[in-house]
Design a binder for this molecule. Structure first.
Ligand code: ZN
Ligand code: ZN
Length: 314
């Protein structure tokens, strides 16, 4: 299989990688961030192999984030393959949008943040246009073979996102890892509504660690990633990410030695300073992830009263 990596600009901190693969089918792995420049780059990359956008037979999505599915509409004739959860964002219904808002409002209120309704609505209004609108037509399950890519298997790997798959070919050792494992960045464990669209909160960081443990059992020689350069030594990179996550959690634990009782927003303010006010959802996701880890490691205890707070154990 031939692979061409195309780096497409985003409005976020870094560029996103899209992969054009030529094997059994002409497949695009992830669809990049929506922009005219991105479209032109995609066209130019395909042209180098003598193809146009219309020749792409399938788009394989690692997860639903807008930098990975923004340009999916470009491939009019392609089958779109990925997690069914992606369709909540590719083809959002009013019912899902209301649920999504209500989910986050409840979460914020449980942690003592009130009056965030307008901020959430503004965030959604600014974020939604970045998603493509062509839905997943072939939804995959954990351990299902990827159609049109012989030897590739979908591995469900939540933690960074509820819709996340890593696509692994254990015979060739070639894999597409999305945002689960990146070369220099330690990925964010985003809090997203669970697959069953209930009001339960799945612990994204703990799921993330489970997904790392699963990927660590697979034979991978080259992991092509959503950002940065491909990773050759996946086991070493997983070790590095675990170490960094642990150090972040220990930094948080250190605050408890002085005060002993904290809410998640108090800690997010301590950790992120003014960034917390600008990006409360992102910084709170990260903080709650670390708190879940510390609860899991039995360093602290979570109290679910009118508001959630945490205390030191021992
Ligand atoms: Zn992502
Ligand atoms: Zn990404």
């Amino acid at each position: 299989m031939e692979i061409k990596q195309v780096a497409i600009p985003t409005i976020y901190r870094n560029v996103v990688n899209v992969f054009i693969t030529k094997g059994d089918t002409l497949t695009v792995v992830d669809a990049g961030f929506k922009s005219e420049e991105g479209k032109a780059q995609m066209e130019a990359a395909l042209r180098e192999w003598g193809y146009t956008l219309a020749d792409v037979e399938q788009v394989l999505l690692t997860h639903h984030h807008p930098d990975h599915c923004g340009l999916v509409d470009l491939f009019e004739r392609a089958d779109v393959i990925g997690h069914a959860y992606c369709n909540h964002f590719l083809q959002p219904t009013e019912a899902f949008i209301s649920y999504y808002e209500a989910y986050h409002i409840q979460l914020l209120q449980q942690h003592g943040i009130f009056g965030a309704e307008q901020m959430l609505r503004d965030f959604l209004a600014s974020d939604m246009p970045h998603f493509g609108a062509k839905p997943v037509t072939t939804p995959l399950q954990h351990l299902q073979d990827v159609p049109g890519m012989l030897g590739f298997v979908a591995h469900y790997t939540p933690g960074h996102s509820q819709s996340h798959f890593v696509y692994v070919n254990e015979e060739s050792g070639v894999s597409f890892g999305g945002d689960l494992i990146l070369d220099t960045i330690t990925p964010n464990p985003f809090i997203e509504p669970p697959l069953d669209l209930s009001f339960r909160r799945d612990s994204s960081l703990l799921r993330y660690h489970e997904s790392l443990a699963h990927v660590n059992t697979l034979h991978i020689d080259t992991l092509y990633t959503g950002h940065g350069q491909p990773i050759q030594d996946v086991a070493a990179r997983i070790k590095g990410i675990r170490k960094q996550q642990h150090e972040r959690a220990m930094k948080l634990l250190h605050f408890f030695k002085a005060h002993e009782t904290y809410s998640a927003p108090q800690l997010a303010k301590l950790l992120f300073g003014p960034v917390f006010e600008k990006q409360p959802a992102l910084t709170l996701s990260e903080t709650i992830g670390q708190l879940d880890y510390l609860v899991h490691q039995q360093h602290i205890k979570q109290h679910n009263e009118q508001q959630i707070y945490y205390t030191l154990i021992g």
